[in-house]
Design a protein around this ligand. Structure first.
Ligand SMILES: Nc1ncnc2c1ncn2[C@@H]1O[C@H](COP(=O)(O)OP(=O)(O)OP(=O)(O)O)[C@@H](O)[C@H]1O
Ligand SMILES: [Mg+2]
Length: 261
């Protein structure tokens, strides 16, 4: 069974329909790159998956469990939060808390959740020790152990984005989403972030990466989704999408991407 199923997903803002019926599914461990021109609805799709926007119509299920059902759109805040936990989202602009250190940024949500869950039957101290150990592990995974106590303002963009990735991983999302994770970075910092994302693929993470890094999409993604005007215009393997595009819109998009490299 597919891990994620998206069916007939629509989203309007006022009378503009930004997502016009999105259908796709993905398997556990799969990496999908979403490409497409500005305004095609890529961010809106990620925000709908992450329950940051309420879709107008459609269905989203993760592991067979309903995350959104257009027929029952009203949910309590708690329900929404639980569903949101199935997804992690890394933004283009990092969105770290500037007043907290690196380690605090990573542990904050884990500690809030532990409190909500009565520390999982442990003492507060025991539970926080575990959380700190997990955060250290994640910091090592993104190569930032030495920045543990630094504040975001003192880090490079690439380092901040790696902290944001560790923070997103902390809550063990089933599916990790990235919205143009490198577009705010200088070229020399882009590589370090892409390497971390690639290393997550090697650990079997399931990921949806909105990106304009065509080389990265081609070499890291298992499947490419090309969006145009609120629909999936074409999808397929990197070889097919980049090597033998069928849609005229996709051909034009790729030609333009080629020019800007
Ligand atoms: N909150 C909102 N209210 C009104 N319109 C919105 C809102 N969010 C997005 N839109 C519109 O929806 C369309 C799709 O936006 P979206 O941000 O999803 O595009 P995108 O593919 O991510 O583009 P980009 O590559 O520039 O990030 C755009 O026309 C945008 O203006
Ligand atoms: Mg966007």
């Amino acid at each position: 069974m597919a891990l994620l199923e998206v069916r007939g997903l629509r989203k309007s803002f006022g009378n503009i329909e930004v997502l016009q019926g999105i259908d796709f599914s993905m398997e556990r461990g799969e990496v999908i790159a979403v490409i497409g021109s500005s305004g095609s609805g890529k961010t809106t799709l990620l925000r709908c998956l992450n329950s940051l926007e309420i879709p107008t119509e459609g269905n989203i299920t993760v592991g067979g469990e309903t995350v959104f059902d257009g027929d029952v759109p009203k949910r309590s805040e708690k329900e929404l939060r639980d569903r949101r936990l199935k997804f992690g989202l890394v933004f283009q602009s990092f969105n770290l808390f500037p007043q907290y250190s690196v380690i605090e940024n990573i542990t904050l949500a884990m500690k809030l959740r532990a409190k909500e869950q009565n520390y999982y039957g442990m003492t507060k101290h025991e539970s926080f020790e575990k959380i700190n150990a997990r955060a250290e592990e994640l910091l090592a995974r993104v190569g930032l152990t030495d920045k543990r106590d630094a504040y975001p303002g003192t880090l490079s963009g690439g380092q901040q984005q790696r902290v944001a990735i560790a923070r997103a991983l902390a809550l063990d999302p089933e599916i990790l989403c990235f919205d143009e994770p490198t577009s705010a970075l200088d070229p020399e910092l882009t590589g370090e972030v892409l390497r971390v994302i690639k290393s997550l693929k090697d650990k079997d993470s399931t990921m949806i990466v909105v990106t304009h890094e065509m080389d990265f999409a081609r070499h890291v993604a298992d499947r490419i989704i090309y969006m145009a005007d609120g629909v999936i215009e074409e999808e397929g393997s990197p070889e097919d999408v980049f090597g033998a595009p069928k849609s005229d819109k996709l051909k034009a998009f790729l030609a333009k991407a080629e020019e800007t490299i």
